[in-house]
Design a protein around this ligand. Structure first.
Ligand SMILES: C[S@@+](CC[C@H](N)C(=O)[O-])C[C@H]1O[C@@H](n2cnc3c(N)ncnc32)[C@H](O)[C@@H]1O
Length: 312
């Protein structure tokens, strides 16, 4: 049986183990989650399984995955088994910052991705365009790195078009948007599907899951139904299921952030009373968390709530 290495230092050591090109590719991942991605590819994915890099941007995640494969004794069994998806469009201020003025607004940065990933091109396939237009190639998936759940449609596409090739015990799933409070649908879907996964580790903002049971089409349809037509209490119930599962992983930033996601859902459902109560409790109970990303999330929710309370 596969077990995840939880020895001290396996994820904590952020400097060793990553080869030079993986470290320098510009990207959005924090050191610990970069290491997680590299290690899962190096130590856990079995030959014959494919690795999906959904939301490739400038190639950092692709390089972390491919460099993990390159470090294996059986590396040649993984040639062309990484699949990178992205629009590759310079269409936001954030992307503009990373492309350093080398790409015009709304133009493609695919050439930057290609040159950044050139050292590992023997491992990688690339699919430029809207992710929701791509169907999976019908091969078993050993790793799904999900950095693309930016809209409910994209979230649904992940489950509808890829999960039928996930396998109990053999598929690792990394949800990179786990502490992204503007994507609460990821938590609602995960809450509806939580029983099929082991919750293995947190390398904030990424959550590592391993599939334990089969995912059925009905489960995915039901999750969509809860997101699309469920009321606020159903949404909160789904997120509570996720909270319970991450509790043993002992990460207060993640725990507090998932509670902020509940505030977001309560605000979206115009249950401002619930949101205000939850936010007050979060601020009191998680006052120790001082990470600047977390504090920015608290301010975001607070401002949103205050604005709505002032006009309602
Ligand atoms: C947070 S970035 C990914 C960061 C990257 N994984 C890294 O290692 O730095 C999210 C990516 O999702 C891509 N994206 C957003 N919507 C998309 C869509 N509909 N189809 C394909 N890619 C999309 C964006 O272009 C962006 O590069």
């Amino acid at each position: 049986m596969l077990t995840f290495n939880t020895s001290p230092g396996y994820l904590q050591d952020t400097t060793c183990g990553l080869p030079y090109p993986a470290q320098v590719t510009p990207g959005m991942l924090r050191p610990k989650e970069s290491r997680l991605l590299h290690l899962i590819a190096k130590d856990y994915v079995k030959p014959g399984y494919h690795l999906v890099d959904a939301g490739a941007f400038l190639g950092s995640s692709a390089n972390l995955i491919a460099s993990g494969l390159a470090a294996r004794d059986d590396a040649s069994k993984f040639y062309k088994s990484v699949h990178s998806y992205d629009l590759f469009l310079n269409n936001s201020d954030v992307y503009e910052k990373y492309t350093l003025g080398t790409v015009d607004r709304n133009e493609t940065f695919l050439s930057l991705y290609l040159s950044n990933t050139a050292p590992y091109s023997q491992f990688i396939n690339v699919y430029p365009g809207d992710f929701s237009g791509f169907q999976w190639i019908d091969q078993p998936i050993g790793l799904f790195f999900c950095d693309i759940s930016k809209t409910p449609q994209l979230e649904h596409h992940v489950w509808e078009s890829f999960a039928n090739k996930f396998e109990p015990a053999n598929t690792w799933f990394i949800q990179q948007d786990f502490v992204h409070i503007q994507a609460p649908f990821t938590h609602v879907y995960l809450g509806c599907l939580e029983q099929v996964f082991e919750f293995v580790a947190l390398a904030v903002p990424s959550l590592l899951l391993r599939q334990a049971k089969p995912i059925t089409e009905k489960m995915i349809r039901d999750a969509k139904e809860v997101w699309m037509r469920g009321d606020v209490l159903q949404h909160l119930e789904a997120v509570d299921a996720v909270s319970k599962r991450i509790e043993p992983l002992n990460n207060e930033e993640a725990t507090a952030t998932v509670r902020l996601v509940k505030c977001q859902l309560a605000i979206q459902g115009m249950r401002l009373d619930l949101a205000a109560r939850e936010l007050a409790d979060i601020k009191k109970e998680h006052a120790r968390v001082v990470d600047r990303h977390y504090l920015a999330r608290v301010r975001f929710v607070e401002n949103r709530l205050n604005t709505l309370m002032a006009i309602s």
